[in-house]
Design a protein around this ligand. Structure first.
Ligand SMILES: Nc1ncnc2c1ncn2[C@@H]1O[C@H](COP(=O)(O)OP(=O)(O)OP(=O)(O)O)[C@@H](O)[C@H]1O
Ligand SMILES: [Mg+2]
Length: 238
């Protein structure tokens, strides 16, 4: 039995973004019935994976598709704070490390047809946790119960997690920040997904024409891509 959470998702007033999400949803539906477990990833942090993952999952749910959103970015969860969750929740890291049962990490949301598994507290060994049989079992279980399983992941160039998750997915969507990464990095993203054996469904070019490229194009804030720790814990630094 699932428990309820309220995600305070203020309605977007960005018509272009909403239309783009609808197009993405339509394109995913046209990938066919075999493509139901889908991850979103990118080369580097901040390209928009979590925003697009949430909007896509909500959009699929709104059209009546029973959808499970899994936040598999155990290094940096944004969903709890970004959507002002109304209660404390258990999450994936606790389930994968055997601390809690699957039932206690599964939450129904205030969006009809949308269930959610949060990432849970920061764990020092996310890659090892994701390689456990528990993650495969979770995906298998979810596939039997949901029309779509949409998975948020960390950037693939920084940590191995997304490549591990890709092995369990039917397809991957690459999120690319317009003007934010080089052609070479985008190619590397594609290559890494291909190596994991996951089918690449396509790419989303995000933050187009919004004046982001000047700032991010210089990689000013994320100059080093060798490590990715996310926001928690603050004591962990490069
Ligand atoms: N299309 C967009 N237009 C405007 N702002 C956006 C868009 N997409 C994402 N953002 C903003 O960019 C920031 C990063 O987005 P998000 O957290 O979704 O990226 P991410 O790829 O999941 O990051 P991380 O790799 O750190 O997990 C957020 O502040 C988000 O609101
Ligand atoms: Mg994210």
């Amino acid at each position: 039995m699932t428990q309820d959470v309220v995600l305070n998702n203020h309605l977007s007033d960005d018509f272009a973004f909403d239309e783009a999400i609808k197009t993405l949803r339509t394109n995913i539906r046209f990938c066919g019935n075999n493509i139901r477990t889908i991850m979103l990833t990118s080369s580097t942090p901040n390209e928009g994976k979590s925003s697009i993952t949430f909007s896509l999952a909500s959009s699929l749910a709104e059209t009546g598709q029973k959808t499970l959103l899994i936040d598999a970015d155990i290094r940096k969860s944004v969903f709890v704070s970004r959507y002002h969750l109304n209660k404390d929740v258990h999450g994936l890291s606790q389930y994968l490390s055997g601390q809690v049962s699957l039932n206690s990490v599964l939450y129904s949301t205030n969006t009809e047809n949308l269930d959610m598994i949060f990432s849970g507290p920061y764990s020092p060994n996310p890659a090892e946790l994701l390689e456990e049989a528990g993650f495969q079992d979770l995906i298998k279980w979810a596939k039997e119960r949901y029309d779509y399983v949409i998975i948020d992941t960390p950037p693939i160039n920084n940590v191995i997690d997304a490549a591990i998750i890709a092995k369990e997915c039917d397809g991957a969507v690459m999120v690319i920040e317009s003007g934010g990464i080089s052609y070479r990095m985008a190619q590397r993203l594609k290559l890494q997904l291909e190596k994991s054996g996951c089918r690449i469904l396509g790419a989303v070019l995000n933050k187009v024409g919004r004046g982001y490229s000047g700032y991010y194009g210089k990689y000013g804030r994320y100059g080093k891509y060798d490590k990715y720790y996310g926001e928690k814990p603050e004591s962990v630094n490069d």
